[in-house]
Design a protein around this ligand. Sequence first.
Ligand code: AN7
Length: 332
Amino acid sequence: MGVISRYRDRLPVTAATPELTLGEGSTPLIRSRAIGASLGVDLWFKFEGMNPSGSFKDRGMVVAVAKAVEDGATGVVCASTGNTAASASAYAARAGLVAVVLCPAGAIAAAKQAQSRAVGARFLEVRGSFDDALRSCQQLADRGEFALVNSLNPYRIEGQKTAAFELTEELGHAPHVLALPYGGGGNTKAYAKGFTEDGAATRIVSAQSEQRATTLASAIRIAEPAHEHEVEALVEGGRVEVTSVSDEDITRMWLELATREGIFCEPSSAAGLAGLRQVELETGSTVVCVLTGHGLKDTAAVANLTAEPCVVDPDVDSILAGIHGAPVGVGA
Ligand code: AN7
């Protein structure tokens, strides 16, 4: 069951809203086997990379695209660092709408572009940053032909808030702390809304990159967060703590998630865990770290952050030498 049918009574949908779905939501909640113990907490990973297009964006996109159909739109438009593009393209194809996506030229992971093109989106590379692309996208949407499906569209936030409901249902209670990456701030806002609607006091740790405009975590390469003021208000209200993490912290946590937990997420998704390490946590408390995107989204990062494969001859001695790290074989 998708997000619209599962949470129908808690979403702004009507009898006229199509029951669009690609099976989003109901993502794995995985208990930590190693990292939680080192932090002294009961740590869980919500693997949002397991959504149909490989990121958390699907929860909000399904609602935004369904509402666009209900409102009579023929097309949708978004600016994106890649995941919004992949998600909007998929749901637009599913709903029979045209998708126009604007991405910063040369600055998004190859798989995300492939996802978008495969389902027939009009994929445009903008000579500029994500922030430039978002401005152009809003101007295009203002002309009326295309519905904007960036998280400035409130239906996106509505759909994404369901992740908070789902967590509370699965754990049997709301987590004490939730950690996630902070790019444009839409997801931070969505979890805050979801927990508030559930009457939960969950503390949200939102981790931004120290190097916003240049971070290796291309998904969160956003210099001017669209929801900055709302996030600041949530900080003032005591709901959210914003922390800044370096590329080195992100890389280290990304590797720990992969090698100690067996979970392969994209680099930006490890920012939340890096943020958790900077705040005080009550021993034994329930902490959820949201892993926003799948590792297969950005395999170039793997090539940059891990040792190269060793090339060996197809014989056991050469293979054993390869296992033990000795330089062997033709390509060595
Ligand atoms: C994996 O796709 O902004 O703070 O255009 O892809 O809600 O922006 C992606 C953002 C975290 C940050 N993790 O979330 C886009 C885009 C992943 C992401 C974020 C993004 P927000």
